[in-house]
Design a protein around this ligand. Sequence first.
Ligand code: 5GP
Length: 115
Amino acid sequence: MSHETIFTKIIRREIPAEIIYETERVLAFKDISPQAPTHILIIPKLAIRNLSDAQPSERDLLGDLLLAAAEVAKRGGLAESGYRVVINNEVGAGQTVFHLHLHLLGGRALGWPPG
Ligand code: 5GP
């Protein structure tokens, strides 16, 4: 089901964001509260609440998101040094914005387990 979040406003350019990558279906922009030297959010322009809400009909779009993350990481020089892609799904996992998004994190050592 379609719904509005702060990310909808970023897609529509109603609020500013540092957009660094865009395709017909995907948008990537810097996180407003970065948790690493590189912290970029990759979102579908289609409003999907979270990964649990994704449908088989959105398979291609989900693939687009991962490929966009890889491309943004490559352009940012992270392919060699390493990076992490995270999806927080629901409140218990730290999801605060209910529009599916990938966090691309890099530029520092990333511990495991992530906590
Ligand atoms: P979540 O906690 O849902 O996995 O991630 C939401 C992310 O969106 C957080 O890392 C938060 O800093 C970021 N965020 C929230 N509001 C804004 C905003 O208005 N602009 C940008 N660029 N990032 C935002």
